[in-house]
Design a protein around this ligand. Structure first.
Ligand SMILES: O=c1[nH]cnc2c1ncn2[C@H]1C[C@H](O)[C@@H](CO)O1
Ligand SMILES: [Zn+2]
Length: 369
């Protein structure tokens, strides 16, 4: 029997997902049906397979700005309570079917007000949807826990309001806060007021940084804003240089990120699509994993990337030859980095992740550690 983690077996592994956009993970058929129901006439294709192809190829643009244009159509059909609830429920089900046991799914409430909903109603619809999806998954024997991160758009000016919303819902399923959108020209320090508020409230947040823009963005996110985690953070490699004796020399920022165990929410396929990395095989995740940064593996946008967490892992296995120990290491890193109380993280690591991986290693004929 092969020791190699195949896609099929990876799907059975208990996985953890920290960076996944609700509006980047719709089923193509759902986009078509919601568009019909809402009278949204701007879809570039109206047949689900053709629409799936369109999203994947339009997002394959080499530029974050053009990649983000594809969200017009997903956000466009997510403007009612019914639509938000359906998308969130299907998201929870799809992740559970992929073997994800814990997920933090993010979206920007301010983008879903065009149908007349208020911010609170938008958040409530999504939380209700996650609960419904998790319930349906449980009925099929799949246990998943889904938390929500509220995103503020970095080009807009509603971050303080969204941060307050995140704190208001923190006991109802919102695990934290994030900023997203085009990075160049929109530094995280523009939203300092929101981050300072969150810190005073002992709340958690991550910041998309070091994706389409380099080290200054990472530095601001950590040292000015106080981010707990970095969304992508892939450009931290710009602060790492090979040294003559075959090792690597870390600059001050890269050292800080590694020493403080700052979680990197890496999204390999998304980075290839936006041009942040030339290919999966050349993705900095290979080096960062070897240097033992706190690397986690994520999907970013399953629709645009035509991917799943299992597929991201499978792509890394074929590019870097990762084995079950590597996949477990990424997964434990992610669980340690979740915006969940420490005892609950530990319970998932010891109760689900370690036993689940041990079973797969055993089935693969490998040593159980
Ligand atoms: O990878 C990304 N970088 C920056 N912004 C992103 C990325 N993926 C999605 N977004 C944006 C588009 C969505 O409409 C928004 C909220 O999920 O976040
Ligand atoms: Zn993202």
């Amino acid at each position: 029997m092969s020791h190699e983690p195949t896609l099929d077996r990876i799907r059975r592994a208990p996985k953890v997902l920290l960076h996944d956009h609700l509006d980047g993970g719709l089923r193509p058929r759902t986009v078509v049906e919601l568009a019909e129901q809402a009278g949204y006439g701007a879809l570039p294709e109206t047949e689900p397979d053709a629409l799936a192809d369109w999203f994947a190829s339009a997002a394959d643009s080499g530029s974050l700005e053009r990649y983000l244009e594809t969200f017009t159509h997903t956000v466009g059909v997510m403007q009612s309570r019914g639509a938000l609830l359906r998308v969130a429920a299907e998201c929870a089900e799809d992740l559970a079917d992929d073997g994800v046991v814990y997920a933090e799914v993010r979206f920007a409430p301010e983008q879903h007000l065009e149908g007349g909903l208020g911010l609170d109603q938008v958040v409530q619809a999504v939380l209700d949807g996650f609960e419904e999806g998790a319930r349906r998954a449980r009925e099929r024997g799949r246990e998943i826990r889904v938390g929500c991160l509220l995103t503020a758009m970095r080009h807009a000016a509603r971050s303080r309001e969204i941060a307050e919303l995140a704190v208001r819902y923190r006991t109802s399923g919102v695990a934290g806060f994030d900023i997203a959108g085009a990075e160049a020209g929109h530094p995280p320090t523009r939203h300092l007021d929101a981050f300072e508020f969150l810190r005073r409230e002992n709340a958690h947040f991550t910041i998309h940084a070091g994706e389409a823009f380099g080290l200054p963005s990472i530095w601001e996110a950590l040292q000015w804003c106080g981010a707990d985690r970095l969304g992508h953070g892939v450009r931290i490699v710009d602060d790492i240089e090979p040294d003559p004796d075959g090792g690597y020399r870390l600059g001050r920022l890269a050292s800080y990120v590694r020493d403080k165990r700052i979680p990197l929410e890496m999204c390999p396929s998304s980075n290839v699509q936006t041009g942040a990395a030339p290919s999966i095989a050349e993705h900095p995740i290979g080096l960062l994993r070897r240097l033992r940064f706190r690397v986690t593996v994520n999907t970013d946008n399953r629709l645009q990337g035509r991917t799943s967490l299992s597929e991201e892992f499978a792509r890394l296995v074929s590019a870097f030859g990762y084995d079950w120990d590597d996949l477990q290491w990424f997964t434990v890193n992610a669980m340690k980095s979740a915006f969940l109380p420490f005892d609950e993280r530990l319970a998932l690591i010891n109760g689900r992740i370690k036993p689940g991986f041990a079973e797969l290693k055993w089935a693969a004929g490998g040593a159980v550690r």
